[in-house]
Design a binder for this molecule. Structure first.
Ligand SMILES: *Cc1c(COP(=O)(O)O)cnc(C)c1O
Length: 391
């Protein structure tokens, strides 16, 4: 491929641009991380060491939830929530189709039925109108509508006002899948305090990530918290040798907690930097492509910066040309869950989920991280702009 049709002010960089730059972050905090790891190696309490409790305390200070429990990963966090709610066979749980597989996967672990809900084109998040249809369908299928798992996709909180109203009307709980949105806000409320239980993931590529697997559950409800605390350690009771319920091994490693303590310390600055990157993309690209929309009173933590391409753009070709210019781009998500092999036989709220299907064909995510330098971002904007205009 040649670039003779590109009229760039800047030249193509010699090395690949990072989609997410964990190296730059590590360079900034490496001495603190080394020290934190050394401390764990010195005290040797690898499971439930002091760093775990300290990290949980700091998580609470950050998000304001009453109970903050770290756990093994974002998928197990969802499972802990579902187990606290007592999900079982015959239950219908409402999940958006345009999300990562984990959201629906966990529902099936307990024999319950995920019902796929369409999303809104503006926000990529669960469509409350489609949710209403899903609730009606569950009843028609003689399932017991029990709960909603809204996902805060790409870092933007879902429409909790309307979802909470529907939950109340139909006596449903809300398990907020905030794997991508920890650090975002909804009308003055911090993610972690939305929903009856909220969950997040510390997978390395998430906005707050560790160096392995990790996750957390948040709740203001002490009973749910006590149950999840027990389930996280095999269902233990107050007597360690009498397990009072069936549980799992759902703990966060002390080493990961120690690393997360250092990352959480710089997280507020990183969120600010993410906002700046998003603003600059918006200013540079809004005239050629549909940039993300943030509803009044909400903030995103920009887990992804996801564009919607115009119909006439050939996405594959665009991605190849971006790659030629050393710019990585990724499709989140290529296939909505209701069209994937493992999930296609579960019910959908409507005959089709047209928005989820359309988005899967038109979205594209650009490099997004707190350490994206202005000159590199200007280059990305310039190349992208040029490719769209000339397509
Ligand atoms: C990443 C992610 C999860 C799962 O988190 P893991 O820590 O990888 O298990 C769940 N839901 C959503 C929306 C995610 O993006």
């Amino acid at each position: 491929m040649n670039h003779t049709n590109l009229t760039l002010k800047s030249s193509i960089p010699s090395s690949q641009i990072h989609f997410i730059d964990l190296e730059a972050q590590q360079a900034k905090i490496r001495p603190q991380v080394d020290q934190a790891i050394k401390q764990v190696l010195d005290h040797g309490i690898y499971i439930m060491g002091p760093e775990v409790a300290e990290f949980e305390k700091n998580l609470g200070n950050f998000c304001g939830a009453k109970n903050n429990l770290s756990c093994s990963n974002g998928t197990d966090a969802l499972a802990l929530g579902l187990m606290a709610f007592g999900v079982q066979s015959g239950d219908a749980i409402f999940v958006p189709s345009f999300t990562f597989a984990a959201t629906a996967e966990v529902v099936t672990w307990f024999g319950a039925t995920p019902i796929f809900i369409d999303v809104l084109e503006e926000t990529f998040n669960m469509d409350p109108d489609s949710l209403e249809k899903g609730i009606a369908l569950a009843k028609k299928l003689s399932l017991n509508p029990k709960g909603i798992i809204p996902v805060d996709l790409f870092g933007l909180p879902a429409d909790y006002d309307r979802i909470e109203a529907l939950a109340k009307e139909h006596s449903l709980w809300i398990l907020a899948d905030a794997a991508q949105s920890f650090g975002a806000t909804y009308k003055g409320r911090q993610v972690g305090t939305l929903g009856d239980i909220a969950t997040t993931s510390f997978f390395p590529a998430k906005p707050l990530g560790c160096y392995g697997d990790g996750g957390a559950v948040f709740t203001n409800n002490d009973e749910y918290a006590a149950v999840m605390r027990s389930i996280r350690v095999h269902g233990q009771g107050s007597d360690k040798y009498d397990n009072v319920r069936i549980g799992m091994n759902g703990r966060l490693d002390t080493l990961q907690a120690a690393i997360l303590l250092q990352k959480l310390a710089i997280f507020p600055q990183e969120i600010e930097a993410r906002h700046k990157v998003a603003q600059r993309y918006h200013a540079g690209l809004k005239d050629v492509v549909k940039t993300p929309f943030i509803p009044e009173g909400l903030t995103s933590v920009w887990a992804q910066y996801t564009l919607q391409l115009p119909d006439h753009i050939n996405r594959k070709e665009l991605m190849a040309k971006l790659q030629e210019a050393k710019i990585p781009s990724v499709i989140y998500y290529v296939k909505p869950l209701h069209m994937q092999t493992a999930y296609k036989d579960y019910p959908c709220a409507e005959e089709q989920l047209p928005v989820a299907e359309k988005l899967a064909d038109s979205v594209l995510s650009l490099p997004m991280h707190p350490y994206l330098e202005e000159k590199v971002q200007d280059y990305i904007i310039e190349v992208f702009h040029d490719l769209i205009i000339k397509a």
